[in-house]
Ligand binder design. Structure first.
Ligand SMILES: [Zn+2]
Length: 307
């Protein structure tokens, strides 16, 4: 068990800007909205503007220094090595104890082969959930592989998962229980089990089927959340149709700067602009979720016949 909390305290003590942003979380403006029958949170977080509006197309990424590589990281930022990764404190947090866990090597954001690391990390970081933003679904560094981790207990989706795991599985593969669930942010696939290798194998099968049935070569659009609790892993796959909703690209008053990544899909919506925070309604959020996620099960997501 690593002493992650001591590491975070040490980092914040020697990085005033990050300390300020982490302290601000406690007093940040937030509101609750009823979205598809569930209470979700909206927060006004101006420090996130750069991330929300990040250009993640190949040309833009190629022409900027990678902020996850040691040479370009802020001079105040320290790293805690873990396996093939460096654990870093996110200076612009959305949730308490927000971490970025980046590979030591500069390799692309791509999930195949990384699920075992995600499961291992979830067990190692006690009291945290691990998050993955696909390269086309919220990762602001699609060129450098990274997970995020946040303290558990702050997202509406975790309460939904707590409820779902007490309901019957849709199917069982090996000893992995698979549940397909409609949440406030679309159709999710929950894989639960005691054996990380088995969960990873089930994920791989689903991933490969998504690729073959969508006739694509890129990574299927997705967010993933992993939690380890009571000796069980829970891996939640959130398939996505697109990254940003229409209103993100609208002009003038119609524009809303919401760019959904995993945390937004988990029910904590980030608005870096105060006007968006004040004006955004339940209907707006429902429409945004409808645009970026699946609300009816497409045949490639849950391949009963091929598993
Ligand atoms: Zn890098």
């Amino acid at each position: 068990m690593m002493d992650i909390r001591a590491f975070i305290d040490k980092q914040l003590a020697q990085w005033p800007e990050a300390q300020m942003c982490h302290d601000d979380l406690a007093r940040i403006r937030a509101k609750t909205l009823l979205v598809n029958g569930i209470k979700i949170k909206v927060q006004y977080n101006p420090a996130r503007e750069r991330s929300t509006t990040a250009k993640t197309d190949a040309a833009s990424v190629k022409n900027r220094p990678c902020f996850l590589c040691p040479a370009n990281r802020p001079k105040e930022q320290i790293a805690m090595p873990w396996e093939a990764y460096n654990i870093l404190v996110n200076p612009y947090p959305i949730l308490p104890r927000h971490l970025t866990v980046a590979t030591k090597k500069h390799v692309p954001q791509s999930i195949p082969g990384k699920i075992p690391d995600m499961l291992d990390l979830a067990k190692s970081l006690d009291g945290f959930i691990i998050l993955y933003n696909g390269p086309q679904c919220g990762a602001s560094a699609p060129d450098h592989f990274h997970f995020q981790a946040v303290e558990s207990g702050h997202t509406p989706i975790e309460r939904a998962v707590d409820y779902w795991i007490r309901t019957p599985a849709s199917s069982i593969l090996g000893k992995v229980a698979i549940r397909e669930k409609l949440s406030f942010s679309g159709i999710h696939l929950l894989m639960s089990g005691h054996n990380p290798k088995e969960i990873s194998d089930v994920f791989t099968k689903i991933y490969q089927t998504m690729i073959s049935r969508q006739y694509i070569t890129d990574e299927p659009k997705m967010n993933i959340i992993c939690r380890y609790t009571k000796k069980l892993w829970h891996l939640l796959l959130i398939p996505r149709t697109r990254h940003r909703p229409d209103r993100f690209y609208a002009e003038g008053d119609a524009q809303i700067l919401i760019s959904p990544g995993t945390i937004d899909m988990a029910g904590v919506i980030v608005t870096p602009r105060e006007s968006d925070f004040e004006q955004v309604t339940s209907t707006d959020i429902e429409r945004i979720y409808k645009e970026v996620a699946f609300f009816e099960l497409p045949p490639f997501i849950y391949p009963h016949d091929s598993l």
